[in-house]
Design a protein around this ligand. Sequence first.
Ligand SMILES: Nc1ncnc2c1ncn2[C@@H]1O[C@H](COP(=O)(O)OP(=O)(O)OP(=O)(O)O)[C@@H](O)[C@H]1O
Ligand SMILES: [Mg+2]
Length: 278
Amino acid sequence: MSDAALQPATQPPREMARRLAGPDAEVVIRVTDLEVGFGPKTIMKHLNLDVRRGEILGFVGASGTGKSVLTRAILGLVPKRAGKIEVFGEDLDRLSRAARKAIEQRWGVLFQQGALFSSLTVKQNVQVPMREYLHLSERLLDELAMLKIEMVGLSPDAADKFPSDLSGGMIKRAALARALALDPDIVFLDEPTSGLDPIGAGEFDELISTLQQTLGLTVFMVTHDLDSLHSVCDRIAALGEGKIIAEGTIETMLASTNPWLKAYFHGKRARAAFSAGN
Ligand SMILES: Nc1ncnc2c1ncn2[C@@H]1O[C@H](COP(=O)(O)OP(=O)(O)OP(=O)(O)O)[C@@H](O)[C@H]1O
Ligand SMILES: [Mg+2]
């Protein structure tokens, strides 16, 4: 057997995933020349971004630059003024209702705010997308929800709890279970580790990484967490002044001369995160 044939088995899983999500990987989300604004305010203009199949893309940028707005624009939750958004090669503006619904079933979302409905239990929260898109018996809905709850590392007795009875970390896990409800191909995670202590955040990162590998997910992750960027992201894109100011591996970010990126990736907190990770 040649060395090349032996190589994948000897590489750690993260490296394998990186290779699979390399520059030749299929583009699953393509944003072209996007413009979004509210009233007189323009949040982004001429923004271009590709997300490739099987990668974990970390999306960074100063607070208020529009990371959540871009996420919501891709999901069709805020209107765009110009540009094109393609998901799985389909222009979202040109889809019939049925085709649009079919695409919506292939993505799951963990929102930055209001991750869960407070009046519903964890199980009922996980079942919300299932009820919207699938027609299943109550028994099957319960079985599926319990499976997702287990998948994110929550104990079965968390299923009947309300969000107010959960810790921050459990809420994030429950929200992830809901994002995975429809067995999506893509998950959008908006600040999934914010508010968690470093150990909880690290465990959540590991969970995302494991799920990404076992389920073959493509992950679009907005994050401020330098540890997450370092340990789980294959590629990073940075937003500033309404555009992507840098895109590439963590090494590309570290080499950037952009003042915000320099301050972010070479600041005190960055040094602590990167020396801990190395
Ligand atoms: N529905 C809306 N109507 C008007 N302005 C909005 C709306 N949603 C967001 N904005 C504005 O768009 C800008 C970008 O907001 P966004 O929430 O995307 O920032 P962000 O990069 O996600 O910040 P953070 O890191 O703090 O979450 C902000 O100035 C915000 O006030
Ligand atoms: Mg945000």
